[in-house]
Design a protein around this ligand. Structure first.
Ligand code: HEM
Length: 499
């Protein structure tokens, strides 16, 4: 791992760190807030269950014989099919769609969603890899339906890459959360007369992703509609669960076996990708991670924002950021700073791994004339050992340019403000907009922001973009050379602490 690694950085962040802003629901982009919905609603609907079903339905159209399909986001193009019926699908789509960008595919977000859903609902820890690619055309039909025969289901799981025993286990793992909705399967789940058209029969009596569904099936108390429905055609779970004489279900009655099996099969399911796709190694927590790097402009100085994240807590730890000016030295005489805040950003997943994730935030004043070329950190753990230097394996953390800078504190979700060096006037200032997806949505030119006075050798430019939730690259063209600020996010417009 070497910083920056945009894909790894983002997936690792989504998995192991929250936003730590006190009120996670403030943010459109907060996975943890959405995941409070392990169970939500009076009927027991579960956001986590919706995310897991979504992941399965996307992966389920893999064809192991020719290596096509799998977790590739083709599901978004297949949601009008009967086999993908359900309001839960639309919820999951809406939840995930705030996250993809030019580095992060929708299908990687879906995989992360499954891991977070499982962790949040006391289910197994699921190892995550990244690098999935999103399909641009729908895939074949093939998601299993309740009315199909055991033979059809066995063949369908074979094509997905699962043997008949895996089919039993994976179905039990999936059907340990959520349930069947009357709106989606009215033949199985009737509306509650006079009360609600929207009825919901849970697969088991706990909201946890645990083996209760197995135990209740084995002891005959199950209410799982796919086991006990009076229409024998629709009881696909019953046919699958007892297809080996209940040997597998009896094994899954042991909680540890259930957890290990579900971890393995969920991982296999989300790693089911077209044969042309190569996934990264499993993404483990990065011990000392730099992120949130943003050179911006304050009133008297430039401002270098950056965070250093640790996965263990230490009250005695002292962290200093140091930097070199444009010429590699420190002619301004002031090139170090201490943190402005220390935040706990532990997620359910990281806490279940025994980690205590905390961020040291810096907003370092950088002389606008001498500027900055790179930064690094000194860490004193306060335990008597010698302080250590963290410098990205010797290269330092580089700031590639200071010609075009995002100004998050002056920007809003609707108005993007950038600062552009004015010693040599740019011939063009523009941004490439990615509206939460891998593909370029549009390119727009900035206009001078006449209401913001120039300062520190920078002019200000503005653009009102009607899409409120997007990532973007900024560019300034100077003497034929294009300077670029890679992947900024409207998220920071309202969520950058005001130092
Ligand atoms: C033969 C195989 C399967 C059949 C026929 C099947 C069928 C169904 C049906 C009919 C529902 C109700 C959906 C609704 O009312 O909206 C459902 C829900 C669900 N299924 Fe499956 N399923 C199968 C396998 C799986 C697998 C392998 C997984 C995941 C590993 C999975 C995960 C889920 C989840 C999490 C829900 C609950 C969704 C919610 O509460 O919103 N299913 N399934």
């Amino acid at each position: 791992y070497h910083w920056p690694s945009p894909l790894i950085d983002q997936v690792e962040g989504l998995l192991y760190e929250g936003r730590g802003e006190g009120n996670p629901d403030n943010s459109l982009l907060d996975f943890v807030g959405k995941l409070a919905q392990c169970q939500s609603g009076s009927l027991g609907e579960s956001g986590a269950a919706e995310w897991i079903r979504f992941a399965y339905h996307d992966a389920a159209t893999h064809n192991a014989d020719d290596g096509t399909g799998g977790l590739d986001n083709s599901l978004l193009l297949e949601l009008d099919r009967d086999e993908n019926v359900g309001v839960g699908m639309k919820h999951a789509k809406a939840d995930f769609s705030h996250f993809p960008n030019k580095y992060l595919s929708f299908s990687d977000v879906t995989a992360v969603g499954l891991a977070l859903a499982s962790a949040q609902c006391q289910g197994p820890i699921v190892p995550i890899r990244a690098g999935r690619l999103d399909a641009s055309v729908p895939g074949p039909f093939g998601v299993p339906r309740p009315e199909q025969t055991l033979e059809e289901h066995t063949e369908s799981f074979r094509l997905q890459g699962f043997n008949p025993l895996d089919m039993i286990s994976l179905t039990a793992c999936g059907h340990s959360v959520g349930g069947v909705r009357s709106n989606d399967f009215p033949a199985m789940v009737p509306a509650i007369p006079g009360v609600s058209a929207d009825n919901f029969i849970l697969f088991d009596t706990t909201t946890a992703l645990d083996n209760t569904v197995v135990l209740q099936y084995l002891n005959g108390t199950t209410k799982n509609a796919l086991v006990v429905d009076k229409n024998a055609t629709l009881i696909s779970d019953f046919r699958i669960f007892n297809s080996d004489g209940n040997v597998t279900m009896n094994q899954l009655a042991d909680p540890e076996t259930f957890d290990q099996t579900c971890s393995r099969l969920f991982a296999q399911m989300i790693d089911t990708v077209p044969s042309t796709v190569t996934l990264t190694d499993v993404i483990d927590p990065i011990p000392n991670k730099v992120d949130g790097v943003q050179l911006s402009i304050g009133f008297d100085t430039l401002l270098l924002r950056a965070s250093l994240r640790f996965i263990n807590e230490n009250d005695r730890r002292v962290v200093t950021i140091l930097w070199a000016d444009k010429n590699g030295g420190c002619t301004s005489g002031a090139c170090s700073a201490t943190p402005v805040s220390i935040r706990d950003v532990t997620t359910t997943l990281s806490s279940r791994l025994g980690l205590s994730v905390n961020k040291y935030d810096f907003a370092a004043p950088v002389n606008a004339t001498t500027s900055i070329s790179k930064f690094w950190f000194q860490i004193d753990e306060g335990d008597g050992s010698a302080p250590t230097t963290l410098d990205n394996d010797g290269t330092g953390y580089e700031i590639p340019q200071d010609r075009v800078l995002y100004v998050p504190n002056s920007s809003t979700m609707l108005t993007t403000i950038v600062a552009v060096r004015n010693d040599i006037p740019p011939s063009r200032v523009y941004m490439d907009v990615y509206a939460r997806g891998p593909n370029l949505t549009t390119t727009v030119d900035f206009a001078r922001a006449t209401d913001i006075a120039s300062r520190l050798g920078y002019d200000f430019y503005t653009y009102d973009y009607t899409g409120v939730d997007f990532t973007f690259d900024l560019h300034s063209v100077v003497n034929g050379t294009t300077y670029t600020e890679d992947i900024r996010d409207t998220y920071f417009a309202t969520n950058t602490p005001d130092f």
